[in-house]
Design a protein around this ligand. Structure first.
Ligand code: GAR
Length: 207
C-alpha cells in the first residue's frame, strides 16, 4: 500500500474525489495517511476528519521567513513517511528540498490545459477568469509531476472541457471539476500506485 499524503488549501472537492475513489476501490494500493493544509479553516480538513484521516495545518504566516516554513513543512511531511504526495488545490509553492527528496513522487492537479493558463498568478478561480477573458473555446485540467518550476513538471494526463456561452468563472470551474479534475486525479493516483506510469526523458510514459 502506497502511503499517500494529500496537501490542500480550500474546499477539498478533489480530496473528496480521491477519498471516494479509494473507498469505492476505484483507486487501489493507496492508503491515505494524512492531509496537510496551509489554512486551518479549510473545509478539506473537515472532509479528512469525517473519514478518519489525520489532518494538520502548517502556514507560512506562522513562520518568520520562508526558509523556516519550508523546513518545518518538510519535517511534518516526512513524519508521515509518504510514498506519494498529492497536491489537490494546494496553493503554496513546494520547497525545492521537498522536490529533491520526493522527485517524481509529487503529483499536482491544475485547472487548465498546461501550458495554457498556468504559472505564477494562475490558481483556482483566477484560471477560469483568464480563460473567459481570453475567449478560448476549450479548456480543461492537467495532472502532472511537480518539479522546481511552476506547473512545469512532466504531464501525466489531460482532459479537455468546452467553454460555453454565458459561462461565469464559477460555472466553468464547476464544469472543469466535474468533467475533468475529479476523474483525472484519482485515475492518475491509481496509475501511479499500480506502476502504470514512469518518467522517461522528462515525459510520462504509460505502460
Ligand atoms: C481545483 O480546481 C484545483 O485544480 C485548483 O484549485 C482548485 C481546488 O479546489 N488548483 C490550482 O489552481 C493549482 N494551481 P478543491 O479544493 O475543491 O479541490
Amino acid at each position: 500500500m502506497l502511503r499517500t499524503v494529500v496537501c490542500v488549501s480550500g474546499g477539498g472537492t478533489n480530496l473528496q474525489a480521491i477519498i471516494d475513489a479509494v473507498e469505492a476501490g476505484r483507486v487501489t494500493n493507496v492508503e491515505l495517511v494524512g492531509v496537510i493544509s496551509n489554512n486551518k479553516s479549510a473545509k478539506a480538513l473537515e472532509r479528512a476528519a469525517n473519514h478518519g484521516i489525520p489532518g494538520l495545518c502548517i502556514s507560512p504566516k506562522d513562520y518568520e521567513d520562508r526558509e523556516q516554513f519550508n523546513e518545518a513543512f518538510l519535517e511534518k511531511l516526512n513524519a508521515f513517511a509518504p510514498d506519494l504526495i498529492v497536491l489537490a488545490g494546494f496553493l503554496v509553492k513546494i520547497p525545492p528540498a521537498m522536490v529533491k527528496e520526493y522527485g517524481n513522487r509529487i503529483i499536482n492537479i491544475h485547472p487548465s490545459l498546461i501550458p495554457s493558463f498556468c504559472g505564477v498568478g494562475y490558481y483556482g478561480l483566477k484560471v477560469h477568469e483568464k480563460v473567459l477573458e481570453r475567449g478560448v473555446k476549450v479548456t480543461g485540467a492537467t495532472v502532472h509531476f511537480v518539479n522546481d518550476g511552476m506547473d512545469e513538471g512532466p504531464i501525466i494526463a489531460q482532459k479537455a472541457v468546452c467553454v460555453e456561452e454565458g459561462d461565469t468563472p464559477e460555472i466553468l470551474q464547476r464544469r472543469v471539476m466535474e468533467q475533468a479534475e475529479w476523474i483525472l486525479l484519482p485515475q492518475a493516483i491509481d496509475d501511479f500506485a499500480n506502476n502504470r506510469i514512469r518518467v522517461v526523458d522528462g515525459k510520462v510514459i504509460h505502460k
